[in-house]
Design a binder for this molecule. Structure first.
Ligand code: FAD
Length: 539
């Protein structure tokens, strides 16, 4: 025991008072349970050995007592420091306002808690976590101060290092060109970067993480749970996000990795509980996609031109056969009548009719041989938004060339339906080409094409309307008949476009109609069943 320290204390202060003040503070319950009695020696020993640096001062901060831990933390033996002011510990780096606040607090008879920079006897600095409590006498006047402090330099450094690491991680993820977000097991965003924050306003889909998680779970199905339980990541999951209003669709690629972190809350103090997080990166791949799409459109243009040529030859020949068949039937009927008369007078005419019939049949047979085959189309799951978007790109030169305004209003989450991509592309290309032709034939007025998609529980709807002259009421029922055209000069495949369109819609078990209630141009309404059917082939 440091006799010097205690002797000093006994000589300069009313130790009994100090004892009375300190004992309940330091011994709490034990003191009270003992009926407010505490053996003097036990008290001295305890204060002396308690592992926190204790000093007792007078009202001017002159040190009257220090314990062993004080010597260990500050380097000062009692004999070095007793009688000195606590300010010998000051490194003089602590701002004056801190001392001002310290003194203001303790002089107001309140406890002050704070952190100061102290200087060890050997010169090095340390961070002191300090509590100063005023001690009052029976009249409520301050007689002494008791200071208790710990060297928290290591903890402070560790804390700073954690903060620095966090800042470093934040600056690394902020400099990433991808949007990054960390999501907890309740799907709550707990960390994100600048690019992710930009997505929040850009996408207009609420919390982007929630939106993409929903899409990922939908797409991956059971695989999601399997990867999550094994903490295996995923990548290159690409999604198309429809733009709002006139904004174009965008593409994003998602990658994710799960990781576990030790829980920090009190309940997990003795149990090593962990929590799972997902780090999700979202990359905007719209530019790459558009480049790919342009290439794809070029290929489609070539394929469709060839396909259209084949179909136009085919439809024209079928139509010609159909039209040749009509007079042939009449000739056949005339032949039957002559044969039936059987009077021999018309033998020459009968012979001519038979010859005409024979050469007619030969012509039909020749035409039939010339009908080119159509490659069979496989039925797959198709998204009509995607197909309509491609068809618009196929026709964009004509559309922009004529200054036509396109109002593209796809339903954002349009479900897929079974169909032939190629045939549906031909269908919509035909309808959009018709709309462009109709608008360009009209001399004045607005030039507008509106395309929208929609769905209910059973059907997918596509609506294509134009601001052209429209189809007169009396002609509407005929436009789906072969070789019927409302155009005065006809066209390269005059009157077969809508026949083919109707055929494609029927092959997909759908309906196509002209909206009778629309009078500002022409509006085609097409509907397809939504429910899946067994895959089959379309001719
Ligand atoms: P000082 O001239 O001592 O004081 C600076 C300012 O403090 C003054 O302008 C004034 O606003 C205020 N002040 C000083 N003394 C008084 C007073 N008696 N009454 C009212 N206001 C006053 N400081 C440390 O740096 N490290 C410590 O570990 C530490 N432990 C302390 C423990 C106790 C129990 C007490 C009572 C004080 C302690 N102090 C400690 C504060 C110390 O006493 C000094 O106030 C401080 O170190 C600043 O010293 P200084 O020489 O720079 O300025």
């Amino acid at each position: 025991m440091k006799k010097t320290s205690l002797q000093f204390l006994q000589a300069h202060a009313n130790l009994a008072n100090v004892m009375d003040e300190l004992t309940p503070t330091l011994f709490g319950e034990a003191y009270r349970e003992n009926g407010g009695q505490m053996p003097y020696d036990l008290f001295i020993e305890a204060v002396e050995q308690v592992p926190i640096a204790i000093s007792i001062t007078d009202k001017k901060a002159r040190i009257l007592y220090v314990n062993e831990e004080f010597t260990r933390v500050t380097g000062y033996q009692a004999e070095d420091i007793l009688g000195e002011n606590e300010s010998v510990l000051s490194d003089k780096r602590t701002p004056r306002e801190v001392y001002y606040e310290l003194w203001h607090t303790i002089r107001s008879k309140k406890v002050w808690r704070g952190t100061l920079c102290n200087r060890h006897k050997f010169g090095h600095r340390y961070i002191a976590d300090l509590t100063i409590a005023p001690m009052l006498n029976g009249q409520g006047k301050i007689t002494h101060y008791i200071g208790m402090h710990r060297d928290i330099t290591l903890a402070h450094e560790a804390e700073k290092r954690v903060i620095n690491q966090k800042l470093l991680i934040e600056s690394v993820i902020n400099s990433s060109p991808m949007a990054m977000v960390v999501i907890d097991d309740q799907n709550k965003v707990i960390l994100d970067n600048h690019n992710y924050k930009a997505l929040v306003s850009d996408l207009d889909k609420g919390e982007p993480a929630t939106y993409f998680l929903h899409k990922l779970r939908d797409e991956m199905g059971e695989l999601w749970g399997q990867l999550q339980s094994k903490e295996q990541g995923f990548n290159n999951r690409e999604f198309r996000v429809e733009g709002k209003g006139s904004r174009r669709a965008r593409w994003f690629s998602c990658a994710g990795n799960w990781f576990k972190e030790n829980e920090v809350h009190v309940d997990a103090f003795f149990e090593n509980a962990t929590k799972q997080y997902l780090i999700l990166t979202i990359t905007d791949i719209t530019r790459q996609r558009r480049q790919m799409e342009e290439l794809h459109i070029q290929t489609l243009k070539t394929l469709m031109a060839e396909d259209e040529r084949v179909r136009s030859i085919r439809e024209t020949l079928l139509g010609a056969i159909h039209q040749t068949q009509m007079p042939m039937n009449q000739i056949k009927a005339a032949e039957q009548i002559l044969k039936h008369k059987g009077d021999g007078q018309n033998a020459g005419l009968l012979h001519i009719l038979q010859q005409i019939q024979q050469s007619g049949e030969e012509a039909i047979a020749t035409m039939q041989k010339c009908i080119p085959d159509i490659v069979q189309a496989t039925l797959i799951s198709v998204n009509l938004n995607q197909i309509l978007h491609e068809v618009l790109l196929l026709s964009d030169q004509r559309i922009w060339g004529l200054g036509i305004e396109v109002q593209w209003q796809p339903l954002t989450e349009l479900p897929s339906m079974p169909g032939s991509e190629n045939r549906l592309r031909i269908l919509f290309k035909q309808l959009i080409d018709n709309a462009i032709d109709a608008i360009s034939s009209a001399e004045t007025g607005e030039q507008r094409i509106k395309i929208s998609t929609d769905t209910d529980d059973e059907l997918i709807y596509v609506c294509i309307e134009d601001s052209g002259p429209g189809i007169p009421l009396e002609k509407r029922s005929k436009v789906f008949e072969p070789f019927y055209t409302t155009r005065p000069t006809g066209g390269s495949q005059a009157g077969m476009g809508l026949v083919m369109a109707k055929e494609i819609v029927t092959q997909h078990h759908g309906f196509i109609d002209i909206d009778p209630n629309y009078d500002q141009g022409c509006r085609f309404k097409i509907s397809f069943p939504l429910h899946r059917q067994e895959p089959r082939r379309l001719a």
